[in-house]
Write a protein that binds this ligand. Sequence first.
Ligand SMILES: Nc1nc2c(c(=O)[nH]1)N[C@H]1C(S)=C(S)[C@@H](COP(=O)(O)OP(=O)(O)OC[C@H]3O[C@@H](n4cnc5c(=O)[nH]c(N)nc54)[C@H](O)[C@@H]3O)O[C@H]1N2
Ligand SMILES: Nc1nc2c(c(=O)[nH]1)N[C@H]1C(S)=C(S)[C@@H](COP(=O)(O)OP(=O)(O)OC[C@H]3O[C@@H](n4cnc5c(=O)[nH]c(N)nc54)[C@H](O)[C@@H]3O)O[C@H]1N2
Ligand SMILES: [Mo]
Length: 646
Amino acid sequence: MPFSVCMRDCYDTCSILSEFKDGKLSVRGNPEHLITAGFLCPKGALLPKWFHSPDRLKAPLIRTGERGSGEFREASWDEAINFVANKLKETIEEYGSESVLVYQYAGDRGVVNYAFPLRLFHYLNTAMLDYGICDRAGQEALKDVYGTAIGLDPEELKKQRLIVYWGVNPFWTNLHGFMLAKRYGLETWTVDVVRTETAKRSHRFFQIRPETDVLFALGVAKLIIENELYDRDFVRENVYGFEEFKNYVKTLSLDYVVKETGLSREEIEDFAFGFSEKRGVIHMGYGFQRSLSGGEAVRAIAILPALVGHPFGFIYDMKTIDKSYAEGAFLRTKPAKRIAQVKLAEYIEKGEIKFLYIYNSNPLASLPNQRRLRKALKESDVFVVTHDIFLTDTALYSDVVLPANTFFERLDIADSYYHRYVALNEPVARLYGKSNSEVTRLLAKALGIQNPHLHESDEEVIRKILELNGLSWGELKRKGFIRVPEKPRRWKTPSGKIEFYSQRAVERGLSPFPEYRKREGKYPLKLLTPTYRMTITSQYHNTHGMIDPNLYMNPADAEKRGIKDGDDVEVFNDRGRIKTTVKLTEDLPRGVVLLYKAFWVRLLGWNANFLTTDETAEEYGNASAYHSTWVEVRKRAQNSNSSNSL
Ligand SMILES: Nc1nc2c(c(=O)[nH]1)N[C@H]1C(S)=C(S)[C@@H](COP(=O)(O)OP(=O)(O)OC[C@H]3O[C@@H](n4cnc5c(=O)[nH]c(N)nc54)[C@H](O)[C@@H]3O)O[C@H]1N2
Ligand SMILES: Nc1nc2c(c(=O)[nH]1)N[C@H]1C(S)=C(S)[C@@H](COP(=O)(O)OP(=O)(O)OC[C@H]3O[C@@H](n4cnc5c(=O)[nH]c(N)nc54)[C@H](O)[C@@H]3O)O[C@H]1N2
Ligand SMILES: [Mo]
């Protein structure tokens, strides 16, 4: 039975046993893989439906109508590739290589499939993306404190008693991780604004007001320090700036923490006493740091596990192998112009991008401030190529659309940003489209590029990467996965210690200690747009249709506005206006409303990103700030059939 890997942008990176029989694909979780543990999540179980979807693109498309109109004609691969290659050449001749941008992200995590096309763009010295959409603020913040964002190996949880899920919803986003912690018998606590499915399955739930996590963490640190509950020996030897930090939290008023966070004094004390007694570890999510306060929050929370004596007592990111060979930055002869991902619309508006090559991503669903982005694309002369499995919103706005295949149709390997396994993905069947690396090789050929790195086969790249990392191809083929052992490591900060006083933050003009800034918007309600259980960002909406377009709201906020459960409402701010129905729930605190993130606009008529802000956290690498969005909601007359005005 061939081995597959679920290549979705997900913590779990599951090993799958696949079978293709009588023209039908079936899948099951690999029982030998510690994390996958023989079961798939509800989305994973639906992978055959995705693979067999009648919507899959079968032939390349060339735009014939206005951009966004959906008018295309079919073309042969030869014609489409030559068209793209000629346009690429012309753009570089006329505007220079930096006017070309390759935009890719979370579609497929295969080592080759994710990175190989970048070789072409490095070779051509084009502009490259400065990733900021997902986990960037936390990456920078953890570098400030630990010099790295790579934390605990989840298998180490076996030796722990308590895990705190802070701003993460693993029952939906990291199901196998959540089940692992339960299997290991850990006590689980959740810190979230929303009473999520994870919160409901946790031993304790701390319901915090949005963007006040910095204060909660500092309040907990103050109690741990002032009650002498911290690990003195560990702190003395391994922490830089402890005394200064102690003086900093001395001035913090716990009454103020209570007032801002919405947590009671008892809850803050319970957290401090319980966390230090049980020497807790913390899984910090990607979700909660996507706000203007996210970076400071991660810096503050990151201090807590160190106080109780953990050298790397957090879960955030994992890097087990060096994959840089696949990307081939060595092919560049000039340093890259970097374009902040969340600022794509701004660069298009300024006319700095003339050729946009998009793969593995659906920015016309996933980027914030959609109206601005769509307008910029419509009004500019940028030439857009999208390589995708489906006719996404992004594909609709493109000049050329190239059909991609799925990971069931090619060879690849994948690592995980959560656990330490590298897994093998073998081809199972072949239906339609071409892989990202196949298209790259075709483009290189059409451009007359002879450099051998642009013509290497997938297997050659994989074998080279395994060799560079000291891993065995034979073992991988036999078992379907390899555990990459962890090497001893130290903190990569300027002091070589865990920095409670961050020198790196000071260099970026930030305070040496995490700081709280109260944030309010022009509109009264905070809009959260977290992940949805049955989709991966925008994926699967078109293939199994299980989405939830409701606006969730606290009954008290609804009552003030004369809104009842099930009413039609309008949600709006300066950026956009969407129409949907409301569901009332006590799972949300007052002042907070929720829409799930990034469904297909083509299918729904709108998505949450028509409302979200494209402001970025500048000191944190221009990280996205989706959750720093405010809106107002009003009731709509029943049966008003006016459509969404996007
Ligand atoms: N409002 C709001 N918006 C958000 C977020 C949020 O929390 N709130 N979260 C953000 C986060 S964390 C992320 S990571 C981004 C993700 O944003 P995107 O990177 O845009 O992710 P997806 O929507 O999954 O789109 C991936 C696309 O890749 C395609 N694809 C899949 N496999 C392949 C392949 O092998 N080859 C090619 N060429 N294409 C393939 C899929 O069909 C899909 O259209 O969204 C962000 N958007
Ligand atoms: N089912 C499913 N799984 C996924 C994805 C998906 O789309 N669907 N996407 C994948 C991707 S790209 C990513 S990045 C990860 C994201 O994984 P998670 O981080 O688990 O997901 P999110 O839902 O974005 O955010 C988690 C929580 O942050 C909370 N939150 C928001 N603001 C605050 C705040 O100020 N403070 C606190 N404490 N909490 C806050 C939200 O209420 C939400 O419950 O999941 C991956 N896995
Ligand atoms: Mo993400």
